[in-house]
Unconditional design. Structure first.
Length: 338
């Protein structure tokens, strides 16, 4: 179906001709001396999401009858574009909503309506019950990564823009849930800070070397300065391996598996005591090890100050804090266990 042409003047009924105005050929009424302007029609669409499922409606009328789309419709006279979005959403889904943000603006030419401007908003559900309206036969939430074919390309573009904008937030949310509650989704079995654990694993030798240089000159570790460097390096590698394995397993559903921090560091404390190291020196050396792990991860694993990277750094620091707090406690226990 092609958009109907204007044939008669709506004011006087005379036949329409065409004349140029500023190099644009327009419909013109010679009787009324009036140009007619064909401007793009404003269309509003709304994205409402719950549990990462996006609300879609199935169209009841042509064009695209029976196809899915975002709740959409034309803006009316005497209403703001935001009011139009809220109104169309309620008419097509029964939901009342509040506009949060503008997601996307797109221009397109539709075979049925002509030139359109799609304005897509994000909205939050504040009332009403989900039910199809007069222009729809179904209203349903779909997982955002498995939505059906949509009637309007502009809807596809807007949903893609929305998902890209939310991707970092969702990644942080998933990682936080796994870290705090021990829950890992089927699709996201890793924490964001696992990337930094991997950096530590791959660069263990560099971190050990930097730590050896530090304890060999630090005032808080005088005994280390005269100790066998190879033996110190071997133990440092062992501690790093303990941290890496512990970090990998700590948030799994069954908790610790192959890594027994308690037994390891009680034994570590007993060994250092027998070797003649003062407890304060050993605890200082552990603190320096934590510092070198953190500095290396920070400078070689984080590339920006984006919220995703900032969160990843905080999450990694929390994992280190828990590990080294336990390491300190059980090492001290090993010294006291005479």
């Amino acid at each position: 179906m092609k958009k109907k042409e204007r044939r008669f003047c709506p004011y006087c009924g005379s036949g329409i001709t065409q004349q140029y105005e500023e190099d644009i050929l327009r419909d013109y009424c010679e009787t009324c001396c009036v140009f007619f302007y064909d401007n793009p029609l404003p269309v509003v669409s709304t994205i409402v999401v719950e549990d990462r499922k996006i609300l879609l409606v199935k169209r009841a009328n042509d064009p695209y009858k029976g196809q899915w789309c975002l709740p959409s419709g034309f803006a009316e006279i005497d209403e703001s574009i935001e009011e139009a979005a809220v109104r169309e959403l309620e008419e097509e889904t029964g939901l009342q909503a509040r506009i949060i943000d503008l997601v996307d603006v797109d221009s397109c030419t539709n075979y049925f309506y002509g030139d359109l401007i799609f304005l897509t908003f994000e909205a939050v559900h504040i009332g009403g019950s989900l039910s199809p309206g007069s222009d729809t036969v179904a209203a349903k939430y779909y997982p955002i990564d498995t939505i059906p074919a949509l009637a309007f390309d502009s809807n596809i573009k807007a949903i893609k823009a929305y998902a890209e904008d939310k991707s970092d937030y969702w990644a942080i949310e998933d990682s936080f849930s796994a870290a705090v509650d021990g829950r890992r989704s089927k699709k996201n079995k890793s924490l964001l800070s696992d990337k930094l654990v991997g950096v530590i694993q791959k660069n263990k030798e560099i971190i050990v070397e930097n730590w050896i240089k530090d304890v060999a000159t630090n005032r808080s570790t005088p005994t280390y300065q005269s100790s066998d460097k190879e033996k110190l390096s071997e133990r440092a590698r062992s501690v790093l391996s303990q941290f890496s394995k512990w970090a990998e397993e700590f948030y799994k559903d069954k908790g610790f598996r192959s890594v027994d921090v308690r037994t390891y560091f009680i034994g570590f404390g007993k060994e250092k005591r027998k070797e003649g190291f003062e407890l304060q020196e050993v605890l200082s050396a552990l603190s320096l090890k934590r510092k070198h792990i953190w500095e290396f991860a920070l400078y070689h694993g984080i590339s920006s100050n984006k919220p995703l990277d900032v969160y990843m750094a905080f999450e990694f620091d929390r994992r280190m804090m828990i590990f080294f707090d336990r390491a300190t406690f059980y090492t001290t226990w090993g010294y006291m266990d005479v």
